[in-house]
Every structure is written in structure tokens, then in C-alpha cells.
Design a binder for this molecule. Structure first.
Ligand code: NFS
Ligand code: SF4
Length: 632
């Protein structure tokens, strides 16, 4: 068990002590069992792409083997490994998006999959140049748009449609550097081909192809995932919720929804709302049904329904350790394979639901668009029936919860800004002009997107919160997604009161616009919302987004998805700060390419910095330099 964890997080200590008492194994036990992690893997210089290997070359140039059996050197091996992370991350976000689009293709007026934001459906249909987008029958249009979106995955020609959302200056760079992404499946496939044994060996070429694949995530899969989820389930609006393990209710049937894809969770919520189900819960002695969320499924549900946030990535085991969860229902991604075994220590049932993420050890109820609501009803019923099996002696829910505000989609942010414009001359109404105005005037020094996971290489949530608190203190507004957003929620940064922690400029903006200084913009696919917001600002100013004082930050990232994201954020012209060093240091050339040389052709670069305070100092220098260059 790691002391650093216990230092910072308020629930960790009690939770891990309880785990020990209950004989439950956690990630901390397994982390200790790993002992020192492999130096070759850490440096990215281990290759097992072909069966002549595995080969490992020296992580320190000049010492030991410099080439694998085929002759691949550290540059090639590092570049290939990194590219494969991008391909996997892109595939995850995009395959999730594909399921959302499939659900839209299944949608009908009677539901349960139906169009809930018709205005957005028509807006995107018009953006994609469908004829009669404003008059066509809703479902004829929805199905036509869904088909077009499915073609974004496999169309034989052309690039991603959403790229046109970027200012021309950025689109020109993408064309010049050949990183405008084509069909998503093509980018992933061709990158896997390039990294096959005996293909690409030029590290810069691999990096560029990786970046183009990442771009097919941000401007393709993730953006489709976000926009089409909004069409199906509604565009998020500002709302209250609460967060941390204290949202689990000892007197209710508790269902934890965990994963990423909102399709299943939306159906679970619908099923749990049915009066028969609530009656059944009462008949079993519970006060009702309490659905709590975790990771990005949790984010999707809190943004649209105010569903309470049980926690972020590293709390998934702690949730079960409370002994008060009747069922953990998962869809895809970021689910510990350890959960079914852990669930057995308690009465908790663990239910996996997707062929793509079948996890052995307890139950599997396959979810499909055709039978979605029935599948969800079966799951909720199972949870309700499990309530009497709860062992009261094992229940211990930390009495810690924090009120929070969520739901800041781009549309909602613009609405809030409009409230300020209204009192003036209506100049900029319905646009991001008030935001660019305060940034250009220097009231706010810049903006930061703080995103990503938890990783035991960082003190949990500490890096997230330190970065955010230091930035708002220095008048940098933060927008957050993913597990970073949940860290912010738990720390009370997503509240109107958090303005007290801000510098004077940001304090005033929060007061006038009536927003928290840290805005929850959703799940990780919703980083596409951040991308859209930045590009709206750049477009308004008719400049390349690379010139704006904005940064991307992933203080505690761990997943391949985060690598894909970092690539499209840099590819979109935004400097990206990583608090966990990617496994690339075994190639000084590749490291230099990422952190310096890429600046010359893309206009942005990666920064690796483990210390969150030092990171913020670097970010402030970066933002101020951008301001000087803009003459603001
Ligand atoms: Ni993002 Fe969301 Fe969390 Fe990391 Fe996993 S939940 S998609 S990958 S761990 S932020
Ligand atoms: Fe070794 Fe080359 Fe095969 Fe990699 S591709 S395992 S370096 S022989």
C-alpha cells in the first residue's frame, strides 16, 4: 500500500484499511507485487512485434545491444510502440462512437432510442450538407445522417467532415503536413500495417502517421461520439450533482454504472425509473434505487441527468469495498479485470454487457440496440433482488460527498455568456465573443483543458487538483473532462463558491457569468467539445488556434486513449502537458521530435513534467509568450 495515496485522498485510507480487514485485494497490493517496473518497457525499447523477438535494445544509447534481430534501432522500436498506442486509443473512442451512431440508426419516435435534440440533428445535417435538413421528417433525417456518419469510418475517399470546423489556417497546415485524417478505420488499419515487422522504420514518418490517426479520433470518432450522443440523449445543460463515495446510499439499492458508452447506462436509468421496479425495491426493504456513476459512463450520465458521481478511475475498487453496491454494470473501457473477483468478497454482482469487453468471473448479459431496454430491465431487477443479500456488517460508506455543478457543453457555455452580452448591445450574442474578449483583455490569462485518468505513478488526484488550483489562482480558466473532471468534482472545484480560489480577473468573470472556474465538459470523447470551443474562438479571431493562449494537460494519464488524445490536441495546434512520461525516453531522437521538432511543422508540441507546480510555471510562461506574440 502506498503512502503517497493515503496522504492526499480523503477516502483512500479508510477504504484501504477496510479492504485489508475484508481480505480484499486492491490495485495497491498488485502494484506492490509488481515490484520495480521493467526499465526496458518503461523506456519503450522492448519490441515483440515479431516472433524472432522479443528484442530489447539498450535504453541508454551506447550501452548494450543497439539493434533488434531485424536491425530495428531504439528510434524505430519506440516510434512503433508509440504509434500502436495511438491506434488502440483511436480505435477505442471511435468504436464507441460507432455504437452510438448505430443506436441513432435504430432510433424511432416510440423509443427507447429516439431523437432528443432535434435542433442539433438538423444543425449537423445542414453542416454535412444534407438537402432539406430543416424540413425532412425527423427519423428519415436521423437515419440518413447516421448512415453518413458510419461512412466516416470506412469511406474510400476524402477526409473527416468535421475538419471544416477548424479555421482555414489550421486546415492548411493539415493539408501541407499530410495529417488531415481520412476514414477512421483506414487510419487505424494503415497504422497497424506501418508498424508491422519490416514496414516503416523512419521514426519521424511513424510519428506523423500516428498523429494523423490520432486526428481521426479527435475530429472523427470522438467528435461523432459526442455530437451523436447529444442528438440521441440530449445536449447537456448546467445542473447540480454530487460526488465521491458518500453518494452511495445505505438504504437504497445501489447500482454502479461504469465504463464509457452511454447507450447501456441510458437504458438502465430508464428501466430503474419504472414504477414497478421502484415498488419491487421497496418490497425488498429498500427506499428506492440509487444509480451512481464512475469513469466516463458516469460523466455522460451526470452531464445529462445529474446522476451522482461515485468517483474516478482509481476508486472503482473502493466503490465495491463499501459493501453497499448491489450490482456493478459495465460496458467498455477502463474496467479492472479484477472487479468480478473483488465483488465476490461482498454480495455485489458484476455484470459485463459487451462482446468487446466481456469480463469473466461473474455474469454476462449481452446488450444490443434491438433489446436494450429489456437487457437493462433484467440488470436492474437482478440488482433489486440482490438487496436482501447485503451483509450489514460489511457495509461502510465513507461519509464524504461534495456538491458539484456539471453539464457545460459548448452550447451551455455560450448560453451563459449570452446572459452577459444581453445587457450590452447584443454584439456577440450566441457566440464565444465574450470569452475571447476577456482573454484578449487579459482579465483571464488563458484557458486550459485538464483531462485524463489516474495513474499510481502520480499521487492520486493530487496532480489534477494542484494543477487546477494553481491555474485558477493565476486567472486561467479550466475546462475538464474524464477522470480529471471527477477529481475536480470531489475537490469542490466545480462549484460557484470555488471562485474564492481564483485570481481577481477570473473571480469577476465567474461572478458575472455565474459559472464555476472549472467547467465540467463531459467524458473523454467530449474533449471534442473542448476542441470545438477552442476552434470557435480561433475562428472568431480568424487565426490559427496555435496562436491562442490555451493548453491541454493530462496530469495523471494512463490509457492508450490518452495517447491518441494528446496526438490530436498537439495536431490541432495546442501544446500538451503530460504529468506521466510516455514510454519513449529510450529514443532521444523521438523524444526530441515530440517535445521540440514537431513545433516547427505543426505549431505545437508535447511537454513532459511530473511536478504539477513546475508544470504550472511552465504553462504560465507558455500562455504569456502567446499573449506577447498576439500583442495582447
Ligand atoms: Ni478517459 Fe474515460 Fe478515466 Fe482515463 Fe478511463 S475513464 S475515456 S481513459 S481512466 S480519463
Ligand atoms: Fe526483434 Fe525486429 Fe522482430 Fe521487433 S520486429 S521483435 S526488433 S526482430
Amino acid at each position: 500500500m502506498s503512502n503517497e495515496v493515503l496522504n492526499y485522498d480523503k477516502v483512500a485510507e479508510a477504504s484501504l484499511v477496510k479492504a485489508q480487514r475484508d481480505g480484499a485485494e486492491t490495485m495497491w497490493d498488485r502494484r506492490a507485487a509488481q515490484k520495480t517496473q521493467c526499465g526496458f518497457g518503461e523506456a519503450g525499447v522492448c519490441c515483440r512485434i515479431c516472433a524472432m523477438g522479443p528484442c530489447r535494445v539498450s535504453p541508454v544509447p551506447g550501452k548494450g545491444a543497439e539493434r533488434g534481430i531485424c536491425g530495428a534501432n531504439a528510434d524505430t522500436i519506440v516510434a512503433r510502440n508509440f504509434a500502436r498506442m495511438v491506434a488502440a486509443g483511436t480505435s477505442a473512442h471511435s468504436d464507441h462512437a460507432r455504437d452510438i451512431v448505430h443506436a441513432l440508426h435504430h432510433s424511432k419516435a416510440e423509443g427507447p432510442f429516439k431523437v432528443r435534440d432535434e435542433a442539433k440533428l438538423r444543425r449537423i445535417a445542414a453542416e454535412w450538407e444534407i438537402a432539406d435538413a430543416d424540413t425532412k421528417e425527423t427519423y428519415a433525417l436521423a437515419h440518413e445522417l447516421a448512415l453518413m456518419a458510419l461512412e466516416e469510418f470506412g469511406k474510400p475517399f476524402g477526409t473527416q467532415r468535421f475538419l471544416k470546423r477548424a479555421p482555414q489556417a489550421r486546415q492548411d497546415i493539415w493539408a501541407r503536413e499530410d495529417i488531415a485524417p481520412r476514414a477512421i478505420d483506414q487510419e487505424v488499419t494503415t497504422l497497424m500495417h506501418s508498424t508491422h515487422m519490416g514496414c516503416a522504420a523512419d521514426y519521424e514518418s511513424l510519428f506523423r502517421r500516428g498523429m494523423r490517426t490520432g486526428m481521426s479520433d479527435g475530429w472523427g470518432g470522438s467528435m461523432i461520439g459526442t455530437e451523436f450522443s447529444d442528438i440521441l440523449y440530449g445536449t447537456p445543460t448546467a445542473r447540480a450533482s454530487s460526488s465521491n463515495l458518500g453518494v452511495i446510499d445505505a438504504e437504497m439499492v445501489n447500482i454502479l454504472i461504469h465504463g464509457h458508452d452511454p447507450n447501456l447506462a441510458e437504458m438502465v436509468i430508464l428501466a430503474a425509473q419504472s414504477p414497478e421496479m421502484v415498488e419491487m425495491a421497496k418490497a425488498k426493504g429498500a427506499k428506492g434505487i440509487n444509480i451512481v456513476g464512475m469513469c466516463c459512463t458516469g460523466n455522460e450520465m451526470t452531464m445529462r441527468h445529474g446522476i451522482k458521481i461515485a468517483g474516478n478511475f482509481y476508486q472503482q475498487e473502493m466503490c465495491i469495498i463499501t459493501g453497499a453496491i448491489e450490482a456493478v454494470v459495465v460496458d467498455v473501457q477502463c474496467i479492472f479485470p479484477a472487479l468480478p473477483e473483488l465483488a465476490k468478497t461482498y454480495h455485489t454482482r458484476f455484470i459485463s454487457t459487451s462482446q468487446k469487453a466481456k469480463i469473466a468471473g461473474d455474469m454476462y448479459i449481452e446488450f444490443s440496440e434491438a433489446t436494450g431496454l429489456d437487457n437493462a430491465a433484467e440488470i436492474v431487477k437482478l440488482a433489486v433482488e440482490n438487496f436482501p443479500n447485503r451483509d450489514a456488517a460489511k457495509v461502510e460508506i465513507p461519509d464524504i460527498k461534495q456538491d458539484t455543478m456539471v453539464g457545460y457543453s459548448v452550447e451551455t457555455i455560450i448560453q451563459h455568456l449570452d446572459a452577459v452580452v444581453n445587457s450590452q448591445l447584443e454584439d456577440g450574442l450566441g457566440t464565444v465573443k465574450p470569452l475571447t474578449d476577456v482573454i484578449y483583455a487579459g482579465v483571464i490569462r488563458g484557458a486550459a483543458g485538464v483531462v485524463g485518468c489516474n495513474n499510481p505513478k502520480q499521487q492520486h488526484d493530487y496532480a489534477h487538483i494542484t494543477v487546477m488550483e494553481e491555474l485558477i489562482k493565476r486567472d486561467v480558466i479550466c475546462v475538464v473532462t474524464g477522470c480529471a473532471a471527477q477529481a475536480a468534482a470531489k475537490a469542490g472545484l466545480l462549484t460557484l463558491e470555488a471562485k474564492e480560489k481564483c485570481g481577481r480577473g477570473l473571480f469577476e468573470v465567474c461572478e458575472r457569468v455565474n459559472i464555476p472556474p472549472v467547467l465540467h465538459m463531459g467524458s473523454c470523447v467530449d474533449i471534442s467539445r473542448i476542441l470545438h470551443l477552442v476552434n470557435l474562438c480561433a475562428d472568431l479571431k480568424e487565426i490559427d488556434p496555435a496562436l491562442l493562449p490555451v493548453v491541454g494537460i493530462a496530469p495523471e494519464w494512463m490509457s492508450e486513449k490518452a495517447v491518441a488524445i494528446a496526438n490530436y490536441v498537439v495536431g490541432s495546434g495546442i501544446n500538451t502537458y503530460l504529468g506521466v512520461i510516455p514510454q519513449v525516453l529510450g529514443s532521444p531522437n523521438f523524444t526530441k521530435l515530440m517535445t521540440e521538432d514537431v513545433q516547427e511543422f505543426i505549431g505545437a508540441h508535447f511537454v513532459f513534467e511530473k511536478d504539477p507546480i513546475v508544470m504550472v510555471d511552465k504553462i504560465m510562461e507558455d500562455l504569456e509568450a502567446k499573449r506577447v506574440a498576439l500583442g495582447i
